[in-house]
Design a protein around this ligand. Structure first.
Ligand code: SAM
Length: 184
């Protein structure tokens, strides 16, 4: 079985947008307890899967883990050094919930931005990026910034996360080698 219900969300996202191919190199940010890592490693077979989280991730066959804070430059450097180039960058990072929506949403947006910046450094041309974010302020601006770097961006709220209705996933497909100029 899977370590998290979140695993089913990633399966749905993969069915929708065909994220993984055999042999892919995948980086998963905010990966604990490891449900997404399990799904990714099934899909990529002999490929590489690296998971990063603030929390320790229990060992999983064929998966490398890094314990660290992705808002910290040092962690991002460690990840880049370890992975080199990735075909898929995933982020299911979520802040500790305070219950105050505007604060939780701002923190979620910040994590999604950090994931996006990391993806820009890691992705191979044509690569894909998926991030969770809580609906609200400045999400449209993030989506526009993503659209400039990818062939297209799709937003979805998978059935498996229906009860947390504020949570959406943005799926950016086809990392572009040269960014699209603003206004094109
Ligand atoms: N996708 C995971 C799975 O299937 O098991 C579940 C991820 S859980 C919803 C969100 C995770 O984001 C938590 O484990 C949390 O520790 C992690 N996280 C939050 N902020 C982070 C940060 N700054 N750096 C790294 N991980 C972070």
């Amino acid at each position: 079985g899977y370590r998290s219900r979140a695993a089913y969300k990633l399966q749905q996202l993969d069915e929708m947008e065909d994220l993984f191919s055999h042999g892919d190199s995948v980086v998963d940010l905010g990966a604990a307890p490891g449900g997404w890592l399990q799904v990714a490693s099934e899909r990529v077979g002999t490929g590489t899967v690296v998971g990063v989280d603030l929390q320790r991730i229990d060992d999983l066959d064929g998966v490398e883990t890094i314990k660290g804070d992705m808002t910290n430059e040092r962690t991002r450097e460690r990840v880049i050094k370890r992975v080199g180039e990735a075909d898929v960058v995933l982020s299911d990072m979520a802040p500790n919930m305070t219950g105050e929506y505007s604060l939780d949403q701002a923190r979620s947006l910040h994590l999604a931005r950090q994931a996006f910046e990391t993806a820009l450094e890691l992705l191979a041309p044509g690569g894909d990026f998926v991030t969770k974010v809580f609906e609200g302020r400045d999400v449209d601006a993030l989506r526009e910034d993503m659209e400039a770097e990818f062939e297209y961006v799709r937003t979805t709220s998978p059935k498996a996360s229906r009860d947390e209705s504020s949570e959406i996933y943005m799926i950016a497909k086809g990392f572009l080698t040269a960014p699209v100029e603003a206004g094109d």
